[in-house]
Design a protein around this ligand. Structure first.
Ligand code: IPE
Ligand code: IPE
Ligand code: MG
Length: 253
């Protein structure tokens, strides 16, 4: 079902239905401990496990994790290779567990840049967990918000070549349905660990009305307690979607 915060007013709930996280600060966490940055990435995987489990227990329906951006290829080659290896190892190890936990796994991003073995693992993991519905876990890998909009645009133009003659007939949904997470509602809550306050080309279209939460905690030290602090903050937000506070107080208006 298509829902858009700019077309209609989404329902709000106590616990975010869709949580999107930029898992940042692995490198600094490790450097602080005189460890190689790669040790931080390895510890980051443990934090993923904790957060997936905690989200499942708290009734989050969609959890989207930014694992590798389209700009992360700019990092030193050894670090990129290590991240790819870690991705492969984690998929090999964790998929059975995810399947048992009722988690449906999807990976979004330009997967064409990955080696065939990794692509096969991703496809197998997606197929294996396809029947699950407790928690929809999405890993954004070689993902960029601008890439997403561009690929949606390309798909739209392929589907509707007639649009060039009547561009004014184009509505939001025409494009949005081709975005790589079209099956999910827009994120209610965004968390970025590691202290930076930026979007870094994550879900640029989908974050239009998302509540943004930034924490100094490095990703490897993030867990259930830190998640609850973010949820507590989220519950204090008044989600107006363009309306006034008075309108929200008076539900009859
Ligand atoms: C996030 O941690 C993980 C990835 C981007 C893959 P970083 O590696 O960016 O850690 P910092 O920001 O350098 O501390
Ligand atoms: C964003 O973190 C990407 C991921 C966490 C995967 P970065 O560490 O790459 O972001 P910048 O470079 O600080 O903006
Ligand atoms: Mg970083």
């Amino acid at each position: 079902m298509f829902t858009s915060s700019t077309v209609s007013i989404p329902e709000s709930s106590e616990v975010p239905r869709h949580l999107a996280i930029i898992m940042d600060g692995n490198g600094r966490w490790a450097t602080r401990r005189m460890l190689p940055r790669t040790a931080g990435h390895a510890r980051g995987v443990q934090a993923v496990r904790r957060v997936v489990e905690a989200c499942g227990r708290r009734g989050v329906k969609y959890l989207t994790l930014f694992a590798f951006s389209s700009e992360n290829w700019r990092r030193p080659q050894e670090e990129v290779s290590l991240l790819m290896r870690l991705f492969v190892q984690t998929l090999e190890k964790e998929v059975v567990k995810l399947e048992q936990q009722g988690v449906r796994l999807r990976v979004v991003g330009d997967l064409s840049a990955f080696e065939p073995h990794l692509r096969d693992l991703i496809q197998a993991a997606e197929e294996r967990t396809r029947g699950n519905d407790l928690l929809h876990l999405t890993i954004a890998a070689n993902y960029g918000g601008r890439w997403d909009i561009l690929q949606a645009m390309r798909a739209l133009l392929r589907e509707r070549p007639d649009l060039a003659d009547s561009p004014e007939s184009l509505v939001e949904q025409d494009l949005a349905k081709h975005l790589s997470m079209a099956w999910a509602p827009e994120p209610d809550l965004f968390i970025r660990t590691g202290g930076e306050q930026r979007i870094s080309n994550f879900l640029v279209w989908q974050l239009a009305y998302t509540e943004l939460y930034f924490t100094e905690d490095y990703w490897p030290e993030f867990g259930a307690k830190e998640l609850d602090a973010a949820f507590k903050w989220y519950r204090t937000r008044e989600r107006r979607f363009g309306r006034t506070s008075e309108q929200l107080a008076d539900k009859t208006r």
